[in-house]
Design a protein around this ligand. Sequence first.
Ligand SMILES: *Cc1c(COP(=O)(O)O)cnc(C)c1O
Ligand SMILES: [Zn+2]
Length: 430
Amino acid sequence: MAAQTVASTTDSTSTVDLGPAAALSCRECGHRVPLGPVFACEECFGPLEIAYDYSAYDTEELRKKIESGPANIWRYAPLLPVPADVADKPNINPGWTHLVKADNLARELGVDAGKLFIKDDSGNPTHSFKDRVVAQALEAARAFGFTTLSCSSTGNLAGAVGAAAARAGFRSCVFIPHDLEQGKVVMAAVYGGELVGIEGNYDDVNRFCSELIGDPAGEGWGFVNVNLRPYYAEGSKTLAYEICEQLGWRLPDQLVVPIASGSQLTKIDKGLQELIKLGLVEDRPYRIFGAQAEGCSPVSVAYKAGHDVVRPQKPNTIAKSLAIGNPADGPYVLDIARRTGGAVEDVTDEQIVDAIKLLAQTEGIFAETAGGVTVGVAKKLIEGGLLDPTLTTVVLNTGDGLKTLDAVAGTGLTATIRPNLESFREAGLV
Ligand SMILES: *Cc1c(COP(=O)(O)O)cnc(C)c1O
Ligand SMILES: [Zn+2]
């Protein structure tokens, strides 16, 4: 009897332990399949999402458990597709980043005092929000027995995968467009994994990875944003959880979120909906605004034209981390922006640079180009009357300016002087 039990739990068909995750379910048709490294519905090719069984949760017990948890995303482990003992495993433990009350920026933008916040995700271990999603994908890779972590990346994801693989003892081999910013390339290479530049843009890289998954060469590989995408995507919910908990378990009224593939925005919405369903926050309306660069604005263009489908673009913008011309979750972003009373807007490269400087000079936060996109879009939405300056608003900064120094290349020394007071006076600084 005992021997039989052991045999059945080590059998490769035994169910994996991913905590509260119960199954995968199709976002389009609801078809359910067991947890596994699959991402598209076999019935309709719709995207698969994690389905949970939350029926047994007691709201106040859950709140206490979260509040007494670690100061990282694992405080929300009961709401994520990870095993209960996840915090004890080697992982880069991202999250619980600062929610900065941005009164100086508020004054500049005409927002009421105390109402504007920056969720600063540059504070993660590899300096972008991507650590959140990779941490989830790593647990799924462990559960499914993968030994190589991979991804197609616009830059930040490559670094996050490299770091997570190094810490957890996985091999990593990641794919990026060959012409990324030096800061992103170095950040991805330094962790020692293999880094492959592809002659093409992100959409070409992504297509190549889909081919590799179907080929024997890619066997045993967990592509965090392809075959592990349902698990990966859940990591973005932690942004919603943290923002609400940091506001004192309250929903913000308005959020400004960057869009690359659109995954983050859709999962922030999912996280907010879960908090409402679980009774952790009071149910009241919130608006989600999507932000893109004009040089890669397929979702913004579709939003403004009133379309339900997103027509692909060829990206040409300094916001390379958001440069996905054919965003997988674009149609869902359109749904969410319209359902919540938000909008999708875009800004020019020049406005991105101005916004990076504005955020740095008002709040001491040095954002990468994606942060310039959200701050720039927030400004534009306020000027256009779409974002209400009297309501609590959270603007996301998802990456660190040190990775995109070229964007502010004109910034530098005020003066060069000889080391004496006379020279200092001559420089006109007193
Ligand atoms: C990847 C990324 C995003 C969002 O990506 P989605 O594909 O929309 O989830 C936002 N900001 C930065 C800096 C990123 O690297
Ligand atoms: Zn389906």
